[in-house]
Design a protein around this ligand. Structure first.
Ligand code: C5P
Length: 397
């Protein structure tokens, strides 16, 4: 329930603005008050009259004048809500937010606010995929802006792909989580992510191609549902999400110690690509080129963090989830891995180079549980993360 909560809803200029009318109704049904702000472009899609009629309040637009300023300055307007929601968040609004523009009412409110902000992006698929939008998204996430969606599917413009605004009830769920009322509020979840680096000498190391994108997306999705997330990450390419406790490590041994120190937890999700071996005896000084002699590296086995935690007696998390990146016989290998390691679920994927999954933005996974195998369609890593987070929430509550 959202009784007593006030939402400042900024409606941007996209066809998805029509869904924001329904969002207002769903929020009011749950007891929230909605202060609507309609951008100039938003006003091309829905009228101020329909917005204010549904909200039961005055709608603020760019046409606001000094009377409004005297009544309620933009600073106060931006801060009097419990949550600022931007829906639809267009490519243009995202760009303004990422770069600190304040040249209309909506962008000025977003700059002036000290209230958490949740955005529901909506745009054409190519605009969403455009490097500038993806850059802005990365920046906004790093700035602590929460994001719900976009979903994949048929779009009003006739194309197909990610860019559809989340449905009103999905946005309501994200708002509830943003207000500390999510399905995972009160749950502590550990997520491991990224590669590990295993030193050879002070300047060289052995690593793998993991970018950390999937683990980061999972941590973000869990936090968006209200979980307290401890994010143990190796040296990843993507920045860690905002709103989680970040523990940075380099090696598998350090990752094990960090994971053990973070227990107890309600769930543990091991998305890290941990190096199986480390160099048995690392050199404390740089190994020199020695004419005619090649260095020989001897390996030692790294601890299996997933198996160690899965087999803990006293404080094993209720749900332990491992990943299986395979290049052949994906399901058979992953099913055997689940039994061998003793975890509850395995998220399995095919990382053979032709799939473009390792280091890419999409993933096609199979979820292996006690009940068998579910094949999920190929989707963005963000969408895999949201679907997995929703399943974890269902399992823990
Ligand atoms: O055995 P494999 O490396 O394929 O297992 C993958 C799963 O096990 C992933 O969830 C990974 O995070 C975890 N793992 C681990 N510690 C290791 C190796 C893998 O936690 N040393």
């Amino acid at each position: 329930m959202l009784a007593g909560k006030r939402i400042l809803l900024i409606i941007g200029g996209g066809i998805a603005a029509y869904k924001s009318l329904d969002l207002i109704r769903r929020l009011r049904e749950r007891g929230a008050a909605v202060t609507p702000v309609l951008t100039r472009a938003g006003g091309e899609f829905v009228t101020p009259l329909s917005v204010s009629a549904l909200a039961g309040e005055k709608v603020f637009t760019d046409l606001f004048d000094l009377t409004d300023e005297a009544e309620m300055g933009h600073i106060q307007l931006s801060r009097s809500a419990d949550l600022v929601v931007v829906a639809p968040a267009t490519a243009d609004l995202m760009a303004k937010m990422a770069h600190g523009h304040a040249n209309d009412l909506a962008s000025t409110l977003l700059m002036a606010t000290d209230t958490p902000v949740l955005m529901a992006p909506a745009m054409n698929v190519r605009m969403w995929d455009h490097p500038s939008t993806q850059r802005n998204l990365t920046q906004l996430l790093a700035d602590g802006i929460r994001v719900v969606g976009p979903n994949s599917g048929d779009m009003a413009c006739g194309e197909y792909g990610p860019g559809r605004m989340s449905e009103p009830l999905e946005i309501v769920a994200a708002i509830e989580a943003g207000l500390g009322q999510g399905p995972l509020t009160g749950k502590r979840i550990l997520v491991s992510s990224g590669p590990t680096h295993e030193p050879i000498d002070p300047v060289r190391y052995i690593a793998n191609r993991s970018s950390g994108a999937q683990g980061t997306a999972i941590a973000r999705a869990l936090a968006a549902l209200g979980a307290e997330v401890v994010f143990v990450t190796g040296p990843a390419d993507v920045p860690p999400p905002a709103g989680v406790k970040v523990v940075r490590v380099e090696t598998a041994q350090q990752m094990l110690h960090a994971v053990e120190a973070a227990l107890p937890a309600d769930a543990a999700i091991f998305a890290a690509a941990v190096a199986d071996w480390r160099v048995a005896s690392t050199s404390s000084s740089k190994i020199k080129k020695d004419a005619g002699r090649l260095p020989v590296l001897e390996f030692a086995e790294n601890p299996d963090i997933l198996a160690t935690v899965s087999q803990r007696k006293s404080d094993r998390p209720t749900l332990v989830v491992g990943f299986a990146a395979e290049t052949d016989d994906v399901i058979a290998h992953a099913t055997a891995k689940r039994a061998r390691k003793g975890c509850d679920w395995i998220v399995a994927n095919d990382v053979s180079p032709a799939t473009g999954i390792m280091g890419g933005t999409e993933n096609a996974v199979h979820l292996i549980t006690t009940n068998g195998v579910e094949d999920w369609p190929r989707m963005s890593k963000l969408a895999v993360a949201e679907k997995l987070a929703a399943r974890i929430a269902a399992a823990l509550t």
